[in-house]
Design a protein. Structure first.
Length: 79
């Protein structure tokens, strides 16, 4: 079972990471923890509306970060 604190910590590690080469793993870990937490909510009808919204917002932010990462990776290939 994950906790609200665990996915938040992994999310913060992803968005605060400055080493682009570590970014894919950070994003994947954060997204995985969020999806596990959402799955737990579906099993026990748990989670506050606030935490559910926080997770959805964080997943959206990670999507943008993943896009930035793809652009960085493309620039490395081109350069």
């Amino acid at each position: 079972m994950t906790t609200g604190r665990e996915w938040k910590e992994l999310y913060e590690m992803a968005v605060l990471e400055t080493d682009w080469s570590k970014m894919p793993g950070r994003i994947q870990a954060a997204e995985g923890a969020m999806h596990i937490r959402l799955h737990e909510f579906s099993l026990n009808h748990g989670g506050t509306p606030e935490e559910n919204q926080d997770i959805e917002d964080a997943l959206g932010a990670l999507k943008v970060l993943r896009s930035d990462l793809a652009a960085w990776q493309e620039s490395k290939r081109a350069g």
